[in-house]
Design a protein around this ligand. Sequence first.
Ligand code: SF4
Ligand code: SF4
Length: 418
Amino acid sequence: MKTQSALNTYIKETGGWVASQLEACTRCGICADACHFYQALGNPEYAPVWKLEPLRRAYEQRFTVAGKLKLALGLEKKLTDSDLEHWSKIVYEACTVCDKCAFVCPMGIELGLLIHEVRTGLAASGVVPGDLAEATEKQKTLGSPLGVTDEMWRERIDWITDEWEEKIPVDKPGAETLVVFTSIELMKFPDNLAAIAKILNKASENWTTSSTGREVVNFGFFEADEELTKLFMYRVFKAAEDLGVKRIVISECGHAYEAFRWTAPNIMKVPKGIEIIHITELIHQLWKNGRIKIKEGAFDDGVITFHDSCKIQRLGGLIKQPREVLKVLAPKNFKEMTPNKEQAMCCGGGGGVISIKEAEANRYAVFEMKMEQMQDIKAEAVCMVCSNCRLQFVDSLAHFNSTIKVHSLAELVSKALV
Ligand code: SF4
Ligand code: SF4
């Protein structure tokens, strides 16, 4: 039964585009060396191309002569429920959908999108890791994957307003900019939320938050359940339309940035005339336009490096913006890790991985490589623009007893405002 749901999904999805992608693969294996899970753990099943196997089998066995022959001769088996359980562990617990593999593939195969398709089949069959499914359910019923209810959200916003003495408008009529935060910022990094508020207030930005479109993270997108992905984005789009804002600012979540910028227009009706940008772009614009001033050299706490988030930098292209700001904040102490920018290695916590307890060992193994990259340049601090990455850094650095400090760009800028 589970297998049938997955197969139906795969067969439905294997139209022209998926088929052409699967046929183009030469099995060269170059993508394997780009995958941090494969590099860190050496498990051949973590090779990106192997993660596509359920999709490939469904497609070949249904549509190609070779696939039908392999099946008839017993060279290949049909997918079973236990195969699905097995691949669920591979594609949810050992893949952050970071797309580094696609970046290096000489055939231009969009591995990240195809792995998302594999997840779609698994989600349709209900073969999703329990922790991930639980967080998705909380987002569906309570409005937040961390279980933050409307009441809790209000209380937390009031508390941050009082504690940091920074105005955080809610449902402000006539606002032009709607900022949508993550529950991670709200509950675990309230300093980041306060920092963003401080920057926007200093710039006299006409901004607001929304009590109904209050969660930017999208666990439907992590699971690859299209209906839930749309529902979670619809809540934000509806709030933006009701408020009549001109733009939606995605706060610190890389996957949310991908979902709103690139996925939404392909799967749902998006409101016309509303710009969607990431908070990094907004901070950079405010500084470039002279609406905020940043004190040069304000960061004075040793060597600092920048962690490129897969969806914001590699996919989103926001590579120069944070660097230009960091070079003002720490002109003498900013150093790049290797690899960096588009080629940077994922932190290991994205794509929902950090929410899955059983993926912990994978996540730490990957992070150890990231930590070595920071140690190689003797970094004493690291800056980033995604709160999901930040959670992975804070948790993993503590796990490895590292003293490297973790900062968000907004937090550093807010402390350096002239
Ligand atoms: S790098 Fe591209 S062509 Fe080579 S195995 Fe991976 S997906 Fe296939
Ligand atoms: S998307 Fe990233 S984590 Fe997933 S297989 Fe490709 S390189 Fe590995």
